[in-house]
Ligand binder design. Sequence first.
Ligand code: USQ
Length: 406
Amino acid sequence: MKIAVLGGDGFVGWPTSLHLSDQGHEIHILDNLSRRWIDTELGVQSLTPMDSIQERTRIWHQETGRRIHFHLIDLARDYEVLKRWLSDNRPDAIIHFAEQRAAPYSMKSDRHKNYTVNNNVNATHNLLNALVEIDLDAHLVHLGTMGVYGYSTVGAAIPEGYLPVGIETIGGETVKQDILYPANPGSIYHMTKCLDQLLFQFYAKNDGVRITDLHQGIVWGTHTEQTRRHVQLINRFDYDGDYGTVLNRFLIQAAIGYPLTVHGTGGQTRAFIHIQDSVRCIELALKNAPKRGDKVKIFNQMTETHRVRDLAELVANMAGAQVAYLPNPRKEAAENDLVVHNEQFLELGLDPITLEQGLLAEVVDVAKKYAYRVDRNRVPAISAWTKDIAATIEHDPEGKRLKSVS
Ligand code: USQ
């Protein structure tokens, strides 16, 4: 297949591009390199030293003989360029990762809120609009998030996208319908993924666009089979308070001797998936495309759930780290249970990689290797969800924020 990977320079986009190229697909990365610019804005860098996209693709060619093509395009702003590229190249499938993906970054300021909404919603809409305009029947696979559901199960498992409901008619009968599970975003970033869902629903219904939406949990790990092949194929690895995600942050913190930063009581339960499984799921989704006229196909792309404080204890015991319980910069439930249906990928053959010591230790080893690149001042998460929360954090400098250390 000819596959366009939008956002193919990012944390999941890059290993996905390598994985699919390795399988013989013709890969075209479309990216505006915004993630690299955001590193510059924030004054941080990936823990792992990342080469330019051109250099990465050159090394891939040198190692495998396969070419990955790169096109510098801003989907959200360059509609005509995107439309022309799609029209000239007519890919069979499009994988859409090209969105600002960090919840804390999206909550930093009014400017960051605007940027996240404008970038994410325009990118998705420009893409859908262009597909219809040029009559391109490509399968669109979008990387969404488990966060569209919120994280409370109200005692029932979260279904894969759709909730069967019975609606009582005026005549007193009960009509059955499958509706999108009620959206319940917890950040501006998550809200944009909820808006994406509505765009997809409309374009699938109105124009027959074939769409798969992957509701992914928190990704952990850094290497995949392909990124291991050469030091310059290494994936990016975020540790900072905006882009680092919880389990990877704990592993890096353990490696550099920084107390693990649990927000609040750590009673938040979240869904997780290893990066290797993430790229496998995308491959499975590509092989199982919906038909024209079908409703949007939704998968829950996660393999297990864990409570934040349990992860902290696990990492602390494994690596001999301390755990710090900090005031939570986010507005979120202090404690929640989470039960999630994910049978669709399992039925398609996904054999999940679950948290096991070997892989966790591998991440700590990577972090130790590159520990010299860490700026410890960038570890704390300081983006606050409301002005009230920001005020409490500002009056409580990081050094004094450690509530208790176990
Ligand atoms: N947390 C800590 N300590 C930390 C960092 C996070 O306790 O140092 C807590 C947060 O308060 C939150 C939970 O861990 O309760 C998860 O935070 P996260 O930063 O790992 O994940 P999140 O902000 O939800 O976003 C990440 C990705 C996003 C993806 C989402 C999937 O950045 O792109 O959509 O995970 S999900 O969480 O299932 O919505």
